[in-house]
Design a protein. Structure first.
Length: 244
């Protein structure tokens, strides 16, 4: 059930079927010269919608902004601070709980380490605040590696490369504008840099040239299946008190 499409009566009826909510988190972030700024959000939303089509759960409207550290110097990237993201997550989950939801899947299409740490921090705070909920914090990129790693030809492919280009060629082909060239940036070990674009000019990490729509469809299907397994586990291992 996509919350954006529900009336209040339909929302109430849905609570009789499930108390599980998936919240898609994304970013407004560069993905090279060939993919849209909304790439991360689109992937999380697509997977949530596919899962909702096969089982009872709510899917919230997405958050289109995240914490973007390495790409902040690239055109189009708009970042939240970690404190803001944590506060937003806590507010959202708290209010969805007030409306009757109890199992929460925070699914991020954006895989930035600082971003994921903020989501995890928010989830931990929520577990401490409410004894009757369960929370899962999932990175969509990690689900891809777990479920579909054998389909990916490019070693260490990640940002705007083979994986994400394949995903959008399948789900949103009209938004893919050619192919950026392959890129594998190297930042200095342990040293923070101000001009991150100096080390990462094209904004790609991987090889978009190896992408295909067929590969994207296969990856998406496997990710939905893996996500369904995790949701089953969250629901079945969270007791009536909400504690794992």
């Amino acid at each position: 059930m996509l919350i954006r499409d529900l009336t209040m009566e339909e929302f109430s009826a849905g609570l009789k079927k499930t108390r599980t909510l998936l919240i898609p988190f994304g970013s407004t972030e560069e993905h090279g010269a060939h993919l849209p700024l909304d790439t991360d959000t689109l992937q999380a939303v697509d997977v949530g919608a596919k899962l909702a089509a096969r089982r009872d759960l709510f899917v919230a409207p997405p958050l289109h902004y995240g914490v973007c550290r390495s790409t902040r110097n690239h055109p189009g990237t708009i970042s939240l601070t970690t404190a803001t993201l944590i506060a937003v997550v806590i507010d959202l989950v708290s209010d969805f709980r007030r409306q009757g939801l109890r199992h929460f899947i925070l699914l991020s299409g954006h895989a930035g380490g600082t971003h994921m740490a903020a989501l995890t921090d928010a989830g931990e705070q929520l577990l401490e605040r409410f004894s009757d909920i369960g929370v899962a914090v999932l990175c969509e990129y990690q689900l891809v590696l777990e479920a579909a790693g054998e389909l990916i030809e490019t070693p260490h492919d990640s940002h705007g490369g083979e994986i994400e280009t394949s995903r959008l060629l399948h789900s949103h082909p009209h938004l893919v504008k050619g192919r950026s060239k392959a890129e594998y940036p190297e930042f200095p070990d342990g040293i923070l840099v101000r001009d991150k674009r100096r080390y990462w000019p094209g904004g790609i990490w991987g090889d978009p040239g190896k992408a295909s729509a067929g590969k994207g469809a296969a990856i998406e299907t496997l990710v939905v299946e893996r996500l369904a397994e995790i949701v089953d586990r969250l629901e079945s291992t969270t007791s009536s008190s909400g504690r794992l």
